[in-house]
Ligand binder design. Sequence first.
Ligand code: KMH
Ligand code: ZN
Length: 302
Amino acid sequence: MSKILITCAITGSIHTPSMSPHLPVTADEIATQSIEAAEAGAAILHLHARDPETGRPSASPEHFMAFLPRIQAATDAVLNLSTGGSAVMTLDQRLAAPRKVAPEMCSLNMGTMNFALYPAAARITDWKHDWEKPFLENSDDLVFKNTPRDIATILEDLGQARGARFEFECYDLSHLTMLRHFADRGLVQPPFFIQFVFGVLGGMAAEPENLTHMVRLADKLFGEDYMFSVLAAGRHQFPMATMAAAMGGHVRVGLEDNLMLSKGVMARRNAEQVEKIRRIVEDLGRSPATPDDAREMLGLKG
Ligand code: KMH
Ligand code: ZN
């Protein structure tokens, strides 16, 4: 089997500071946890920014630039910038930093969907910041907008014009069809790196049958031209990633997707989750890819 790509998603835009004291939000915390995750074996770092004062998800290029050069100076990990940002942001806001930075890799969400965070809000009693409760509760009525025109804009602006390649975030079967559509239009070339996303309220559930069916359909649509990775939200993170690794796929971990290390134990650093999945995949006989392996496997500009 080919080497396994371990992606670590450092902070995201779903979890909030009241959910975990270990969620990195300042530039210092994001840079330090990213560097540690790379040292632990993550070839790819998936990055969002936060307002350092409040921990609120941010799309500001200034907030990104406060940590990106530090990570670049300390590691050769592939930096993958989010184009999803947060569902409350406009597309132009989401693309401000990737347009400026022209990274070798970006995420690309392959369809419009619900993205409800309300269940997470229900568990919290002690709020650190005023913005968190309404942010989480309002997500109950939020549409994460990724229309075909939005997707085309991202492919043209970041892919064709700036040379980025993509982590195609597919939360459902229909998102594979959407990717096939853009491949047929010639806006994106293989190999396709497809991230199957499980356990978001609005996307497919974290069920083994869903993973096997996604692989079956992707085989049919893309043949040899794709590789898949798996991320699953919350407690499903390690079981689904382990299943992906056993099937020859790739894995994503990180505090963006899950704040815990195991049942009842919070992850204190992103690197702890990377170390854990690394142990699991090595026990399964897989070897983690280095950042240069990742560049070659994914056809990145470097
Ligand atoms: N938060 C994940 C479920 C993005 O940044 O573009 C999906 C994600 C979206 O990573
Ligand atoms: Zn993300």
